[in-house]
Structure formats: structure tokens, C-alpha cells
Write a protein that binds this ligand. Structure first.
Ligand SMILES: [Zn+2]
Length: 334
């Protein structure tokens, strides 16, 4: 049960870097230790936190023919994506895991063929407000978890609304959900629903510089009453995209799903387009159509807040998705 020597371990991950006080010093250390490989970009959030994009590229060889990928984690209540990025980055830069054991990652091949950008946590404001480091399903029910995610409704005491942008002049949740990023004295946004978020500000900045060929969005969901614990989503607009891009999305998603199955996870098959309808679909269409470059782009969903998928496995499933994405991109450039 392995993907290129990578097996799913049951044991707890010792190094869980998810909150800004854990990730930021690591970004700065990598920049200091690997100045020839690492470029950091950051935007400062209204709450004062810096959201980072970290780009790894060997600039001693020309980058124009290299595969260019971006990996991004927009949601604060989905920390395993952040941890997956941090573990992958550490192996890529140091050749080792955080515990100093050697990594099997083919560092030279990746650096020779790729420019890789990561936004491991696009909303440290929200992440810093989460009550736990990870959601393992033992401390909070999904109802409780969702009330942390979107905030608590003052009347029902249950999960508050999902809004792309809202103002405290008109809205009055009892608590402010961690999914939201405060962007000024009154307004809050969900990062992947509003172009003023740190997520989109970072993507716009580095996107203009590097010109990505593939984009992996990294998410988690609960898979309530489902035997499955991971899936790949194709874009909402999949069926409207150029044929060639549709095909890359399908093949790329299938490669990740196959790797997940090979290490013993239980992915949903086949991968389908994001299923939002009505208002939610309109958000996506508007935001993404206005802004999205037309490139292959798919989304991971790994189970959150369920004992069936402990935190270490959540992060490993995200790391595998990153590994497969890089392998697939290299294959398509040679
Ligand atoms: Zn998400």
C-alpha cells in the first residue's frame, strides 16, 4: 500500500505546523537558510497577521520551460492542508522530514523541472482564532465545529450564515466564524469568495509574476455519514472549459484519487465538478470568472473532524495530493 514509497502512517504527526505562530518562523527560517531557492511574498491582514506565499525555484537554471504550480489553502478551519504544505516544503528544501530522517522526495528532479508556489495558510487571522490545532472528531461534534467555522447565530445558537462578504453594520452573529477574514473595521470576507481577501491578493501578486500552469486548491470537508474520506473536485465551470483543460483536470484528479486509494484511503470516484447551485454557484462564477486565469485547477477535499481520519492522515493525504500534482506536471512538460 504505497505511492512511490509513501505509505499512510497511523501514528500521530509530531510536527503540526498550522497556526501563524508555528508557520511564520518556519517561513522566515527557510528564507534565511535557502536564499537561492526561496522567495517569500506576504500581505498584512487587517488583524495584523501576515499571510505568506512561498515560492521555491532553482533560479540558477532558466525557469521558462519549467512546470509552474500553485498550491493554496484558503480556509482557516482546514489546518491539515497547511500541515501537508509545510511537510512537503521541508522535504523539498532540506531533503529531510522535520524529525531529521531522510525524505524519499526526488528533490533534484523537482527543482530541475518546477517552480512551486504555496500559500499554506491564506487566512492566519481566522486560523489564529481556532480553539484547537486540528479537528480530530473527538472534542467537537460537527454541529459544534460548524459553529466555530461560520460563527454562532445569536438566536438559534447554531451555525451562522455563509456570506461572501458581510458588515457588522448589518449583521450580528454571536461569534465571528474562523472562516472569515476581517478586511476593515466593519467588513469580513470568506477568502475564496471575495477578491479583497488575502488569498486573492496573494494569488494576484504572484500569479502575475510566475504565470502558473496548474492550480491545486486544498480543502477539507466532513464526509458526514459517508464511508469515503477524500475526494477531488473539478471546477464548477468544468464543462464550459476548453477541451484540453477539461482533460488535464480529469486526468490529474484521477491520478490523485488513484494514489489515495493505493495508500489505503477511501476516495470518492469518479471526480465530479463542484456541486454548488443557486446563490453559492453564482458567488463562484462571479469571483472566479472575473479573475481566474483559464488554467487546469482542481480541489482536494480531505475528511475533517472525524475519528475515521486522524489529523496525521489528513495531512498525509494532502501531502500526497501535492506530490502527485508535481509528478503529473513534470510528466506533462517532458
Ligand atoms: Zn474549504
Amino acid at each position: 500500500m504505497a505511492y512511490n514509497g509513501f505509505t499512510l502512517k497511523r501514528k500521530k504527526l509530531k510536527f503540526w505546523l498550522a497556526k501563524p505562530h508555528q508557520t511564520e518562523p518556519q517561513f522566515l527560517a527557510w528564507e534565511r537558510d535557502y536564499p537561492d531557492l526561496v522567495a517569500l511574498d506576504s500581505v498584512t491582514q487587517y488583524a495584523g497577521f501576515k499571510a505568506y506565499a512561498i515560492t521555491v525555484a532553482d533560479r540558477s537554471t532558466p525557469t521558462d520551460r519549467k512546470a509552474k504550480l500553485i498550491f493554496a489553502v484558503p480556509h482557516a478551519h482546514e489546518p491539515a492542508g497547511t500541515v501537508g504544505c509545510m511537510h512537503y516544503l521541508n522535504q523539498l528544501l532540506t531533503g529531510k522530514h522535520f524529525d531529521e530522517t531522510p525524505s524519499d522526495l526526488d528533490r533534484d528532479r523537482i527543482l530541475a523541472n518546477c517552480v512551486l508556489s504555496f500559500i499554506p495558510d491564506a487566512n492566519p487571522d481566522g486560523r489564529s482564532r481556532t480553539p484547537v490545532d486540528y479537528w480530530d472528531g473527538t472534542q467537537y461534534t460537527n454541529e459544534e465545529f460548524w459553529a466555530f467555522m461560520r460563527g454562532r447565530d445569536a438566536e438559534t445558537k447554531r451555525m451562522w450564515k455563509r456570506l461572501g462578504r458581510w458588515s457588522s453594520r448589518e449583521e450580528n452573529p454571536e461569534t465571528i466564524g474562523v472562516v472569515y477574514e476581517q478586511i476593515n473595521a466593519r467588513e469580513y470576507v470568506e477568502p475564496n469568495r471575495d477578491l479583497n481577501s488575502s488569498y486573492f491578493r496573494l494569488i494576484q501578486r504572484i500569479g502575475a509574476r510566475y504565470g502558473y500552469g496548474r492550480w491545486l486548491d486544498i480543502h477539507q470537508t466532513e464526509f458526514e455519514r459517508s464511508p469515503h474520506n477524500c475526494m477531488m473536485l473539478l471546477p464548477l465551470v468544468q464543462n464550459e472549459l476548453p477541451q484540453e483543460i477539461q482533460q488535464i483536470n480529469v486526468e490529474w484528479a484521477a491520478a490523485i484519487v488513484d494514489a489515495w486509494a493505493a495508500i489505503g484511503a477511501n476516495p470518492v470516484r469518479p471526480s465530479k465538478p463542484l456541486g454548488y447551485k443557486g446563490e453559492q454557484a453564482e458567488y463562484f462564477r462571479r469571483v472566479w470568472r472575473e479573475f481566474m486565469p483559464i488554467i487546469p485547477q482542481i480541489t482536494t477535499e480531505v475528511q475533517n473532524n472525524n475519528a475515521q481520519t486522524p489529523p496525521g492522515q489528513q495531512a498525509q493525504l494532502q501531502e500526497i495530493a501535492i506530490r502527485v500534482s508535481v509528478d503529473e506536471a513534470i510528466k506533462s512538460t517532458v
